[in-house]
Every structure is written in C-alpha cells, then in structure tokens.
Design a protein around this ligand. Structure first.
Ligand code: ADP
Length: 755
C-alpha cells in the first residue's frame, strides 16, 4: 500500500494536509523530522502513516497517560494495532504488552518517557526491530518551554543504547525559536527535515471580553453557555475556587456540567473527564490541570473565565476547540484583577529541585515576561489573531477580519491630555505608588490615606476630577501597553516612568485609544462557516439525530463518540446523505475499517430520517452553495406583512417543514435563513415542549400547555433506534409561531441559539 491508500483505508481521508506529505515522505526516506504544527493540524497522521508502512515497531513517547490510552483507542477503532505501556498498567499487563509487541502484534507502542529508562523496556527495545522513535509534545525537552519534563532530556540516552538507530521524529504545537533549537539539539536529530506550518487556526474565532467584577463575569459565562445548548465546551478558571463557583452556578441553572481540578479525588476527576469526553455532559469547568491529555475533537468553544499565565498556555488551551476543523469560538474574559491572581500563582509555583537557583530565577523572569505578553493580548485593540501569530514568530500585516477586535466598531479618542496628567502625577509622587493611589489622587478622592501621605497637597490632586474612572484606567493601560509606564514586578506593583515619557509631556507623541462603539454590531465575517451556515434546518435536525446514533455506537464500543467519527464527518454526512457503501466512503473521515464497523448504522439512520428522499434535507440549494450570511451582510429573517399574506397555514407540519416553508418565502439573496432552533428554544423555554434524554436518546414531548396551543405527538418506531417522537403543529400553533416572530422583530439575539 502507498501512503494515500493507507490514508484512505485507515483514516478515511483523501488528501494530506499542509506539511503531512513532506513529513511522511521524509520519514519514509529514513530522515529525522521535526514538525511544528498547531493543534488540530494533524500531527498524529505524520507519524502514524509511516509507522504503518515501516517494517518494525514505532515507539511514541508521550507525556500523558490519558493521551496515550485515547490515541490507542482511536487507532484501534480505525483497525490499527497499537498499545500503550505506562504506570496505569499492572506489572503483569506490562509484561504481556511487551511480549505481544515483541511478537509483532503492535505497529505502534506509546510510552511515558520515564519508562524508556527501565531495564525491562530497554531489553524489549534492544531485541525488537524499532523502526522509529516519535517524540510527541517535543517542547517538553526544553526548559524554555512551558511544560518542561526532565525525563524528556534522557530520551536520547535510550535511542543511543539501541543496536540500530531508528528514524527519530519529533512533533510539537508550540515552539519559539529557543525551544526549537533545544529540541533539535537535545534530541540530537540528524540532518532533520524541519517543517513549520502556519500557527494560524483559521476555524477558531478569538475574542476578549473585558469584564468588571466577579458577578458580571459569571453572568457573561452563564449567558454564553445558555446560548450554546448541546455544544461541547470547556471553561477554564484560574483557581479551584473559581471552578467550584462557576460549576455550582451552571448546575443551579440546570446546565449539565462537569468540573476538574487538583482538589478533587482521582476518581472524581476521572468521572467528570469521561462524562465530558463521552458527551454525557456538554460542559466542563476546569483549571489548567485539565486538557493536556484530551484529544476530544468536537469541542465547540473554550471560554477562559480568567486570563491564563501566558499566550503559550492560552493558545494551547484555546486550541482544544475545533480540532475537527469545524468552526469554534475561543473567548477570554479579562479583568485587571487576573494579573494579580496570576502573579501569585507564578510565585507559588512548585519549585523544581533539579534546577539551580540561577535557572529558577531565569524561569521566573520568563514567566513574568510571558504574563506581560498575555496581558497585552487582553488589552490590545488590534487584531487578536495577528497578535498571537506575531508572538509565535509569524508576523502578519493587516487584520484577519475574523476575531472579536476586527469585528468591533471603534471610535478613536485622543487621551494625550489625560496621559500628561497621569505622568505628571506619578512624577510628583516620586514614582512611589501603585495604580490605585495614582488614580485616587488625580480624581481628588477624599480619602484619609491620601491625606496621611500628603498627596492631597499635590498639584495633580483632583486634576482629572471630571474624567470617568474607566477612561482613566484605559489611559493607564495604554501607557503600560506602549511602555511609557512600567509597573514593577512586586505583588503591589508600583508605577515607574520610562525615559520616553517626555515625548508625551511635550506633545510630541499623541496617545489615542480605541473605544468600542457597538461591539458585534458589525456582521461577523468568519472565513470558516458554522455548521448552521452549511446545513438547512432539517439538515441540522439530521445532524442531531446522527449525533445520537454516534453516541449509541460509542457506548457499544466503549469509546468516546469522537473516536467513532468527528463532528465534521457527521456534517459531511448531512450534506452528502449517503445511502450506499460507495457513497459513505466518499464522506471525509470514513475509511474501510470505519465503514465495516459503523457504516451500516449510519446509512440506515440517514435512510430512515429522509425516508429515502434526499430532497427532504436538501430542500434548499444551501448545501452546495452555503449561505455566506456573515460575509455578505444579509439581514436577519423577519416576517413582513407582505410575506405573511403569501403564507398558507395548512396541515400539521413538523417544525422543520414549517420553517422550510417560511424560508421559501424569503428572498435568499438578501435575507438569512431562519433556523428551527429559534422556535424550539422558545417553545422549550416557555414550557410548550420538553426534551428529555433517556439512554442517550433525545426525546421531545409536548406539554399540556403545548397541546392546548395545537402541538401533537406522533410516535414512530424504527428497528435500529427504537421509539422516536415527531411533533406536529396545527394551524393555531403555526399562527402563534408567526406572531411571536413578528413580535421579536429583529432576531439577532434569537438566532444565536444555534444547536
Ligand atoms: P494534532 O495532533 O496536530 O493536534 P490531530 O492529529 O489530532 O492533530 O488531528 C486533528 C484532526 O484532524 C483529527 O480529527 C484528524 O482525524 C483530522 N485530520 C488529520 N489529518 C487529516 C487529513 N489529511 N484530512 C482530513 N482530516 C485530517
């Protein structure tokens, strides 16, 4: 088999992505490689394809136990023989796994770095054919990286002890120049092929939401989750306490959520994590202890309730969204308090006793520098994506037009005079105080502390009495961002002036800040279409249905749903509507092995859902020509009197059929399609219908209130999925929906209830 045949047979893909072709080719030619590619780029395939083609075994060194077992499970689902050896196995199990490996049962063996140093493993490796050693998360070899693992440094000792040097391949998602040099040098890669693909994750939408105070933060988080029901999402918090608070509030709101932090027992952590991975709970609230071992591909959003400690951490954590390449959102909720929380966390970081005092000092300085950079990310009004890419050494000019900042509307405000006053005040105070004292002074607050310090006698006292607090704060932020003010690194940071401040005092340099005037009013211009833009209302219903089918298959196979197939594969099924083996094999992500195991179940479900008529889902041409609503600036769906006159209230359609009818009336060129979820969410919220999940199958019921309105149930049976219910809407119910729609007028808010 050539590599494309392997790609199709085992992984179900037709083409290799950027970088994959070159890296697999180099490995197959016996050349060492270093692949630096962002999360979700497809690094695993770069070594898995050659591993299947090379004669012997590939050893994959991986830092986390959970990552290993997930990778192995996913490979097994694809029909690939693989195993892992780590401390979660008993001695007997290790012995058995090594015995099997030696007898050629596995093509790929995952191990923790510490394992390489054991006699038993060395013995196995020296007496077997090891074709390749792959180092996953290779940045762990570097002290400059954020996840330094001393045992990674000793991987080379292991390789050098093998009778024949195998090909060495190393992969990481985050590597600055220094980390890259460390990887090359410490792993002793020989004449390697180094491939760095772009860091950009085009399917991720980045946004920073400034928050004022803990309550506001909580409300914003809850609102977001409520507006994205059923979607899988992670909420990262800085501390265990914050995790608990957010988790409790989600539960209080009736949202099923898990939690994860170091204060829970191992058993609790395992349960919450599994529930999340297996799609039992859509949301998980966690500290940064969560996620490194998670490969879940259908995470649709990652929210950071607090600013993380570095952009490396942020990009890695946020990068857990949208690994399947579908649209996903990464939102960071920032308040200046987060800086102090992080500084404390950095100070209390466990010291590594293998390091010297100088090395530790250096690590701390690096932590401080990283904290500053992420702080600037939160404060900048420039393009967020380009800020990140610039940080990772991939400068881009212009704007991406696909992040929160590029989409916000701004006005420019000249704050030079305010900044002059701030600088004057800091000078007069001999650069001895922090932000709060400076602000209180220029605002002329009547505080005993200011009087005790004699600050009420200064010329700058009350000089900005009429300026709003928020504007003053934003001006100080800007001065810090442009490094005219440099806060000390103490716990209570003191504001120091840089030598360049004269430029501002003399008026030589103007300071302007951008003020958001109507964030999000601008149309979103996502370069990646959301699922709801790719599928019709009926298509989205089918997607939900296939999700349930996938969940059931996953339960039977005792694996996570994303290991059966990704959301992207399900979306592709809803577009292609395969009825035959040949057609299903055209769906991205379905290879021979996947077909053999799960193909029939999906085909049957699709056939049943459509009654064998593809046009039921394809009633719009939207599939081949996706509605580029966000880009083309179409208006939201709304009912005009003229439109209503054309509407015939007849029969008892399902909600999707009724919405389809409404959508037929609109002008597709100027108006966005209406989504069924707009109605179903409202009906659920107002108690006309209820949804319940029984044994992982979602049932919608009509309530007595709904019956009165004119909604009725039609119970159907299918051999494969058992009982399912379809709701029908009579004329009265249809009229009610239209009235409600008219009342809503502009549906901007309602449309965000995407399922
Ligand atoms: P990484 O390790 O770089 O974070 P993964 O190897 O987990 O990324 O791949 C991310 C997703 O992309 C997986 O769902 C994988 O199946 C998919 N993928 C990888 N290569 C391809 C390809 N050539 N075509 C389509 N999908 C791919």
């Amino acid at each position: 088999m050539n590599k494309y045949e392997v790609l199709k047979k085992y992984f179900g893909y037709e083409t290799l992505r950027e970088g994959q072709d070159e890296l697999t080719e180099s490995i197959l030619n016996g050349q060492d490689v270093l692949g630096i590619m962002p999360t979700g780029a497809g690094k695993s395939l770069c070594y898995q394809i050659p591993a299947l083609m090379l004669p012997g075994i590939t050893i994959v060194v991986s830092p986390l136990i959970s990552l290993m077992s997930d990778q192995v499970k996913a490979l097994n689902q694809a029909g690939i023989h693989a195993a892992y050896i780590n401390s979660s196995l008993s001695e007997n199990q290790v012995q058995k796994a090594l015995y099997n490996a030696k007898n050629g049962q596995y093509k790929i063996v995952y191990v923790a770095p510490e394992r390489l140093e054991t006699d038993r493993f060395l013995d196995f490796a020296c007496t077997s054919t090891i074709s390749m050693v792959t180092v996953d998360e290779a940045h762990c070899v570097s002290q400059w990286g954020q996840d330094f693992r001393p045992s990674y440094v000793r991987i080379t000792n292991f390789i050098e002890r093998l009778p024949r040097r195998p090909v060495v391949s190393a992969f990481t998602a985050t590597a600055t120049q220094r980390v890259k040099e460390d990887i090359l040098c410490i792993l002793k890669l020989t004449a390697p092929k180094v491939l760095i693909t772009g860091f950009d994750r085009k399917n991720l939408f980045f946004k920073v939401e400034p928050v004022k105070g803990g309550t506001a933060r909580l409300t914003m988080l809850l609102d977001y989750v409520k507006n994205h029901p059923c979607e899988s999402g992670i909420i990262y918090c800085a501390t265990r306490k914050n995790v608990e608070t957010v988790w409790e509030n989600l539960n209080r709101e009736g949202i099923r959520a898990g939690k994860y932090h170091a204060g829970l027992t191992q058993e609790e952590r395992r349960k919450f994590q599994n529930d999340f991975i297996y799609d039992e709970t859509p949301v998980i609230v966690a500290t940064n202890a969560f996620g490194m071992g998670i490969d879940k591909s259908n995470v649709r959003y990652v929210l950071h309730a607090n600013m993380p400690q570095s952009l490396e951490n942020y990009y890695q954590e946020a990068g857990r969204a949208g690994r399947d390449g579908e649209y996903a959102e990464c939102i960071l909720y920032y308040s200046p308090q987060d800086i102090m929380i992080n500084r404390t966390l950095i100070e209390n970081k466990g010291n590594n006793d293998q390091l010297t005092y100088e090395e530790l000092k250096l690590l701390h300085e690096n932590d401080e520098m990283r904290l500053n950079k992420i702080t600037y990310y939160c404060r900048t009004h420039e393009c967020l994506r380009h800020y990140i890419l610039h940080y990772f050494g991939e400068p881009k000019s212009g704007r991406c037009e696909n992040c929160g900042n590029c989409q916000a509307n701004y006005t420019l405000l000249d704050v030079t005079a305010i900044c002059q006053n701030i600088i004057q005040a800091i000078r007069e105070q001999n650069q001895r105080y922090g932000r709060t004292v400076v602000l209180n002074t220029i605002q002329g607050r009547n505080l005993s502390k200011l009087k005790q310090l004699g600050l009420d006698q200064l010329q700058s006292y009350g000089i900005c009495r009429d300026v709003e607090n928020a504007l003053l704060s934003a001006s100080i932020d800007e001065l810090e961002l442009e490094e005219y003010i440099i806060p000390t690194k103490d716990k209570y940071a003191i504001l120091k002036l840089s030598s360049t401040c004269g430029e501002i005092l003399s008026g030589q340099k103007q300071i302007q800040i951008k003020q958001i005037s109507g964030r999000d009013k601008k149309e979103e211009t996502t370069s990646h279409l959301k699922r709801s833009d790719l599928l019709t209302g009926r298509g989205l219903d089918l997607f939900e249905h296939l999700r349930t089918v996938r969940l059931n298959l996953a339960r039977e196979a005792a694996v996570a749903p994303y290991m059966i197939c990704s959301d992207k594969t399900l979306t592709d099924m809803c577009i292609k509507l395969p009825f035959t083996k040949k057609e299903l094999l055209q769906v991205s992500g379905i290879g021979e092995n996947k077909y053999e195991r799960f193909g029939e179940a999906f085909i049957a479900a699709i056939y049943e859902f459509t009654n064998g008529r593809k046009e039921i889902v394809h009633y719009q041409e939207a599939q081949s020509e996706p509605i580029k609503s966000k880009r083309t600036g179409k208006q939201e769906f709304h009912i005009t009197d003229e439109l209503e006159k054309q509407l015939l209230y007849e029969g008892t359609p399902t909600i999707s059929e009724f919405v389809a009818k409404l959508n037929h009336l609109r002008d597709e060129k100027t108006t966005k399609a209406l989504k069924t979820t707009v109605f179903t969410t409202m009906l659920r919220e107002r108690g006309y219908i209820e949804t319940e999940i029984v044994e992982d199958v979602r049932y919608s019921y009509v309530t007595p209130k709904g019956e009165l309105l004119g909604i009725s149930e039609d119970i159907r049976f299918s051999d494969r999925i058992g009982k399912y219910i379809i709701l029908h809407y009579n004329e009265n119910a249809q009229r009610f929906l239209v009235e409600w729609l008219k009342e809503c007028g502009n549906l901007i808010d309602k449309q965000s209830f995407n399922v």
